[in-house]
Design a protein around this ligand. Structure first.
Ligand code: TYM
Length: 327
């Protein structure tokens, strides 16, 4: 059975990009050897309001369960509940080079133009490497924007193994066929993101059906009216990708059905498909959030199991580094 790990930051409500690139795929084929984590240690690499962070961590966990992830199948938990993440994170930071971290595009984007950039934001990728390597994960299902971090994770693992002996499995990123990079509906040159400039370009899972429909109908396209992919067709291509990811139908199939019918019909079909697709999760999410004590209990159970699985690798890493055993 393939060992899988992935994570998501509890920074705001997830959007359709997070859903397509990550959450829905995690739930589609959950196995006992898969671990999924709400990465609150990563969230604090930029300033967070404590009360909001607390609320958003539970909110994000509820979306994972609403997607169909099941605590009795494999661990779903919160990163800070398993201290091995922070511990291995430090050990790997010491095997990561300054130059490598400086080349990360996410760091460059998030730090650009800022006067005060926290050191945590800079070493973020070595903590991410720890998340993955702690469980000897072979596959990491992510969206396109995390591929560079995965490459660095592989480099860190290889360097550590060649210096200290075989401790870590070398993982690989796994991208979905459709939906690996959902673009902002208003600004199709940018990925749909929690920090998008315009709310109109992002479909939040928490949006009402009316708002979802409005955003899709206002999505930027072009003036030639043709439903196809290609140069100058970035808006339409993004909608086709989204539609394909939700419906499981190929882009070619969607093009042959909708081309010639005009953008209005096309967008109405996508809006209806999106709302129908999200309806069960939206309802389940509201139910789950109504019982926060039960939600927390599920997360603690996940953390206990994750902790048990993490222990041998952490112990091995410390041993090969030359730390003396406690007895
Ligand atoms: P985060 O929280 O930004 O995003 C969570 C997941 O959503 C994917 N994603 C997208 N997919 C398609 N289209 C988009 N527009 C889009 N936007 C986001 C991301 O690729 C990701 O898979 N560093 C990670 C969290 C993390 C992690 C890990 C992931 C920490 N440790 C270990 C995997 C393994 C992040 O910030 O994701």
């Amino acid at each position: 059975m393939t060992r899988v790990f992935s994570g998501i930051q509890p920074t705001g409500t997830p959007h359709l990009g997070n859903w397509m690139g990550a959450i829905s795929r995690w739930a589609a084929d959950q196995q006992p050897e898969h671990l999924f984590c709400v990465v609150d240690l990563h969230a604090i690499t930029v300033p967070q309001d404590p009360a909001t962070l607390r609320e958003q961590t539970l909110n994000m966990a509820a979306w994972l369960f609403a997607a169909g992830l099941d605590q009795t199948v494999g661990p779903i938990y919160v990163q800070s509940h398993v201290t091995a993440h922070a511990e291995l994170g430090w050990l790997l930071t010491c095997s990561t080079q300054y130059g490598e971290l400086g080349r990360m595009t996410q760091f460059k984007d998030k730090s650009a133009g800022k006067a005060n950039v926290g050191a945590g934001l800079f070493v973020y990728p070595s903590l991410m490497a720890a998340d993955i390597l702690l469980y000897q994960a072979e596959e990491v299902p992510v969206g396109d924007d995390q591929v560079q971090h995965l490459e660095l994770t592989r480099d860190i693992a290889q360097r550590f193994n060649s210096r200290y002996g075989e401790v870590f499995t070398i993982p690989k990123a796994v991208l979905p066929k459709a939906g690996a990079r959902i673009m902002d509906l208003q600004n199709v040159g940018k990925k749909m993101s929690k920090s998008s400039e315009t709310d109109a370009g992002v479909i939040w899972l928490s949006d009402t059906e009316k708002v979802t429909e409005k955003k899709i109908k206002r999505a930027v396209t072009d003036s030639d009216g043709e439903i196809r992919t290609g140069e100058g067709k970035e808006g339409v291509t993004n909608l086709l990708d989204l539609f394909s990811a939700m419906s499981g139908r190929s882009v070619d199939d969607l093009v042959s059905e909708y081309n010639g019918q005009g953008y209005g019909t096309f967008k109405t079909a996508i809006a209806e498909a999106t709302n129908a697709y999200l309806a069960p999760a939206r309802q389940r999410h509201a139910e789950l959030l109504a019982d926060k004590a039960e939600l927390t209990r599920m997360l603690v159970a996940g953390a206990e199991e994750a902790e048990r699985r993490a222990a041998p690798t952490l112990a091995k890493a410390k041993d090969v580094l030359g730390f003396i055993a406690r007895g």
